[in-house]
Design a protein around this ligand. Structure first.
Ligand code: PLP
Length: 417
């Protein structure tokens, strides 16, 4: 080695690899690889939540027109301000305020490249040596993966299947300490399909206040509610505890490829502003990528012009699918569903391997199901729930019937004699 030169040393980050190895997309790719290429039946994708390819789930023409108009206007070809264009921030503030008992200001709204970037920003901003964050189990693994990249410690509280997947607030209290910065909730829920009631959200707010932490509420499935519990935004409790709401147009408008989301502070007492977190969010926005300017330009028209009929049609299709899903699960002895879904596009079902002959766990179940029946569902271990399965029911109802027919045949074939 020459004098003064330093050897090149690259030390891999094991936490990053560990997080990446249990990511949903990676696992679903492995299952798709396992499908038998000689099976001429169509593959039934019950693993991921993107129904946009199905005809029943085509987005509204007014949303498409809004994008076309924004592009054609020629007004949205420049870089946008890093917090987002003012008319877009105002439109989102108004859209969300219609569900709240107070009015949000455009200054409470920050535009992002989908809810994925909202998660990235919040986790990055909160990470500091020694800090920890409380995440739901089961939950949305993007939070764990982002936290691993930022060296933010994760602690899991349980969602309780026997209580309709409500938060185990005792475990939240037991886990939190002086270094806990926030807790995350997802309602309407991915992966459980539950929706927290007004009463339960209030209890979450009171618990968080007592623990002196704030709440990050992932409401990317906001308004995708079709069961007995209506959707209630956590921001309604912003005067009890500061709430940061994350959302996007990806799920309600079924356009995840359009990449337009938001971070919203529901904080009437200005606690987040005074603590410096709002400044942190703005600083991070200055050094990251922005949502495409024409999408920002299209947002006011998308939010204001999409007709109620579009939303009710989508809700009707998803409700029918959820009903089919719940009824068919009852006919299959090796799986059971603790609660009929009220919202989102997913349900968690428990797998009983003791009644199966040659299947040891959820991973083997999903691998063999893909190979023998060309049906893809997500094994629960990807969400920290061994011997559970997450099923997406947001597919064309005929495909769903076909998928459950194959799952039933598969379970009968592998049942203990
Ligand atoms: C899909 C999803 C996201 C990401 O949403 P995008 O807007 O597509 O980035 C975030 N959180 C949950 C719970 C999701 O299911």
């Amino acid at each position: 080695m020459e004098n003064g030169s330093k050897p090149l040393v690259f030390k891999p980050n094991d936490a990053v690899d560990a997080a990446a190895s249990v990511n949903v997309r990676g696992i679903l790719y492995k299952l798709l690889d396992n499908i038998n290429k000689d099976d001429d039946r169509p593959t039934i994708p019950l693993g991921h939540g993107d129904p946009s390819p199905f005809p029943s789930f085509r987005t509204s023409t007014s949303a498409e027109d809004a994008v076309i108009d924004a592009v054609r206007s020629g007004h949205f070809n420049s870089y946008a301000p890093t917090v987002g264009l003012l008319p877009a921030r105002r439109a989102i503030a108004d859209y969300l305020s219609s569900d709240l008992s107070y009015q949000l200001s455009p200054d409470d709204v920050y535009l992002t490249v989908g809810c994925t970037q909202s998660i990235e920003i919040m986790i990055t901003v909160l990470a500091r040596p020694g800090a920890n964050i409380l995440l739901p189990k089961p939950g949305y693994p993007m939070y764990e993966a982002r936290a691993a990249f930022s060296n933010l410690e994760v602690r899991h509280f349980d969602l309780l299947p026997e209580k309709g997947w409500e938060v185990d607030l005792d475990s939240v209290e037991a886990l939190s300490d002086d270094n806990t910065v926030a807790m995350v909730i997802v309602s309407p829920g991915n992966p459980c399909g539950n929706i927290f009631t007004h009463q339960h959200l209030k209890k979450i707010a009171e618990t968080a206040r007592k623990l002196r932490i704030f709440v990050i509420s992932d409401e990317v499935y906001g308004h995708l509610a079709f069961g007995s519990n209506p959707f209630v935004p956590m921001g309604e409790f912003g005067s009890i505890v500061p709430v940061v709401t994350l959302g996007s147009i990806s799920k309600r408008w079924i356009v995840p490829g359009w990449r337009l989301g938001w971070i919203v502070t529901n904080d009437p007492n200005n606690i987040l502003k005074e603590s410096g977190i709002v400044q942190n969010i703005k600083s991070y926005l200055n050094i990251t990528s922005d949502a495409a300017t024409f999408m920002q330009g299209a947002v006011p028209q998308i939010l204001e012009k999409t007709k109620g009929e579009f939303f009710s049609k989508i809700i009707d299709v998803i409700r029918e699918a959820a009903d089919i899903c719940f009824e068919r699960i009852k006919e299959i002895p090796c799986i059971s569903c603790p609660r009929k879904p009220d919202g989102s596009m997913f349900v968690m079902v428990k797998l009983d391997v003791s009644v199966l002959e040659d299947i040891r766990d959820d991973w083997e179940f999903t691998l063999k199901l893909a190979k023998e029946e060309s049906v893809v569902i997500l094994p629960g271990f990807a969400l920290g729930m061994k011997n559970w399965l997450r099923i997406t029911f947001a597919v064309e109802p005929e495909s769903l019937e076909e998928g459950f027919g194959r799952i039933k045949a598969f379970c009968q074939r592998h049942a203990k004699k």
